[in-house]
Design a binder for this molecule. Structure first.
Ligand code: SF4
Ligand code: SF4
Length: 337
């Protein structure tokens, strides 16, 4: 790992060197911050907090064509995924979320669409100096400057960015802009440590998850599920905007003699998600669906992949229209154990 310094005066030049390389950065589109391509004459400023739409859609698009086929002479055409891209300013929790989702898409069968996109993307992280009110990443093994999943980490030191390379991809990117960088001295490294520890101190929410994965099955019929889900609207926001949620549906669409098979995000908070053709639904009310959402993240995923499928980004709390709060649900779970 190397630590280099980029003076902010050189930021436009730094961006200029990367824009021809399919550079994406956070951008306000309509009312929502999301990752979007950086145009040639654009210089993104990384001044806001985390994006509302998590960057999971870069590697796992909301809707994607898996392949096209023609009726008659059966011919399948798979999309070619080959364009490399750089995601600039991804927050450590969202990069960590990709590592967690990787486990699912490379589990029993390798998912070629997801894994190819993961291979093509370089993740340039930005450490958080001002965590959000509902961030609780430090409870779950992450942190404002966690490097898990990142290729390169940028830390804002006021008049400069400290650039820490994590992987060979990060090193390759740094070598392309090396004439703009100088080596970071010990004073800058100390500044980074101070900034990270101050940032950690600003995180006020936490989850004590010890015992929760093992304890959840015993709470299957606990009344808490009814009370915590009473106001849920079943809108699916908490799952659509969660960087670790990964459920999808697959549908075929026909256009004359041509057709395409596509997959699109789905949500376990929707009633139809588990509706059987017979009309039976094993999760008929929001009580069962909320119970499933928490069990999936804090029990089933731990059982299967040995990691909690939540990174504490706080999106589901910030964006739930009726203020359902996963930290509060987990506090009640803990209390009930
Ligand atoms: S965002 Fe809130 S209201 Fe919507 S499904 Fe999730 S918990 Fe229910
Ligand atoms: S469950 Fe909520 S806090 Fe956890 S990763 Fe998903 S959106 Fe973030």
């Amino acid at each position: 790992m190397s630590a280099m310094l980029l003076n902010k005066e050189k930021w436009p030049e730094f961006i200029g060197k990367l824009t021809g390389k399919n550079l994406w950065a956070p951008k306000l589109e309509g009312e929502a911050m999301r990752f979007a391509p950086v145009a040639e004459d654009e210089v993104p400023e990384l001044t806001d907090g985390n994006t509302r739409i998590p960057p999971k859609n870069i590697v796992f698009p909301q809707t994607e064509t898996m392949y096209r086929f023609q009726l008659g002479d059966f011919e399948m055409k798979e999309p070619e995924l080959k364009e490399e891209m750089i995601l600039l300013g991804i927050r450590p929790c969202d990069a960590r979320a990709m590592v967690i989702v990787d486990k699912l898409f490379s589990w029993d069968v390798d998912d070629p669409y997801y894994l190819k996109r993961r291979e093509l993307v370089t993740l340039v992280g930005l450490a958080c100096s001002e965590p959000g009110l509902n961030c609780f990443c430090t409870s779950l093994g992450g942190g404002p400057a966690s490097t898990e999943g990142l290729d390169l980490l940028m830390v804002d030191l006021g008049d400069s960015y400290l650039l820490e390379t994590i992987t060979p991809k990060g090193e390759a990117l740094v070598s392309e802009v090396s004439e703009l960088l100088i080596e970071a001295d010990t004073e800058k490294i100390k500044m980074k440590k101070k900034m990270v520890s101050e940032s950690e101190g600003k995180i006020k929410r936490s989850v004590d998850h010890k015992g929760i994965p093992e304890g959840l099955p015993g709470l299957w019929e606990d009344p808490l599920w009814k009370s915590v889900s009473a106001s849920c609207l079943g809108c699916g926001t908490c799952t659509y905007l969660c960087p670790t949620c990964h459920c999808f549906d697959i549908q075929d669409e026909t256009e004359g003699f041509e057709a395409r098979r596509c997959r699109m995000w789905d949500s376990c908070m929707f009633e139809e998600y588990t509706l059987h053709t017979s009309g039976h639904n094993p999760r008929p009310t929001r009580r069962e669906r909320t119970r499933n959402r928490i069990n999936h993240k804090y029990n089933y995923y731990v059982d299967k992949f040995d990691v909690i499928a939540c990174v504490g980004c706080g999106r589901c709390i910030n964006l739930c229209p009726v203020n359902i709060d996963i930290v509060e649900i987990l506090r009640q779970v803990k209390e009930a154990l």
